[in-house]
Design a binder for this molecule. Structure first.
Ligand code: MF3
Ligand code: CO
Ligand code: CO
Length: 278
């Protein structure tokens, strides 16, 4: 199933969901410091969603076929964790890097999905560069989005940039259509060939969320059946936005005051941040 949003009320609903998801990241940012546990970060995000925003965390008890229910409100992926890290009693320490991935469901039933990287203390040169290259990959993907472009154009732009930097693209997980459900068609692969794949149409909403490894692309899944790590224990980074295909380009739905501006390598991009209030 794939959704095309053509009605203003749906687009406003997706803007609100996107902004709220991003605002959870803004809220938790000052707490992402050495000495805090990933479980505490989960609690801070969950309380903010429930008590302040009146949103519901989509990950909590989320159970795709073949998985146990996800036991927390957010994903916390530290160092060599690629994605779907389960928050727990792990204490963050100086030199760690962590991805916080937030998905909210609004009262009207719309989903917003976004993630950012955070460094604890001073990151290593490698961690800093991996995070920056991955952020650029996200935005080079976003820059491809407009009506008539193809999914392969997005994947290719991301793959080229990651591999030119000497990094690898995770293949097993991808971006996804999103709307009034969490994960739906189309799959947004973070690798591919230009001019191939489905054509983008105005009104489509989907995520781009490249997972880039400093070493090889191979993965291993932990016995908890959720946490995905690099097989070679190399660092992994990820950034994610939820997007709307507009008549003349792309709107970044998961936008808020704390969002990072696009990197220099995509300056001149015809993108619109969503700044709508509820
Ligand atoms: N937010 C993740 C994504 O970007 C999905 C997390 S599913 C969970 O698609 F169950 F692990 F939370
Ligand atoms: Co996603
Ligand atoms: Co996500």
């Amino acid at each position: 199933m794939m959704t095309l949003f053509t009605e203003e009320k749906d687009i406003q609903g997706m803007r609100e969901a996107g902004r709220l998801a991003s605002e959870v990241l803004d809220h938790v940012t000052p707490f992402v410091k050495a000495g805090i546990s990933t479980g505490e970060l989960d609690g801070i995000c969950h309380s903010y969603m429930r008590d302040v925003q009146k949103t519901v965390p989509a990950p909590l008890n989320y159970q795709p076929p073949g998985y146990p229910p996800f036991p927390a409100a957010i994903c916390t992926s530290v160092n060599d964790v690629i994605c779907h890290g389960i928050p727990g009693n792990k204490i963050l320490k100086s030199g760690d890097v962590v991805n916080l991935d937030i998905t909210v469901i609004t009262a009207d039933g719309y989903y917003g999905d976004t993630s950012r990287m955070f460094s604890i203390g001073e990151p290593s040169v490698l961690a800093k560069r991996l995070s920056q290259i991955t952020f650029e990959c996200l935005w080079l993907g976003i820059a491809q989005v407009k009506p008539g472009a193809r999914l392969g154009d997005i994947g290719h732009a991301i793959q080229m940039h990651a591999e030119q930097a000497g990094y690898s693209v995770v293949r097993e997980y991808c971006g996804h259509g999103i709307g009034k459900v969490f994960h739906q068609d189309p799959q947004i692969l973070h690798y591919g060939r230009p001019g191939t794949g489905e054509k983008l149409n105005t009104g489509m909403t989907f995520t781009i969320e490249p997972m880039i490894n400093a070493g090889r692309r191979d993965i291993r899944t932990m016995p908890d059946q959720w946490t995905v790590k690099t097989k070679d224990r190399s660092l992994s980074a990820q950034w994610e936005h939820t997007l709307l295909v507009t008549e003349d380009g792309v709107e970044v739905l998961t936008w808020s005051l704390g969002s990072n501006l696009p990197p220099d390598c995509v300056k001149g991009l015809n993108f619109r941040p969503s700044n709508s209030k509820a």
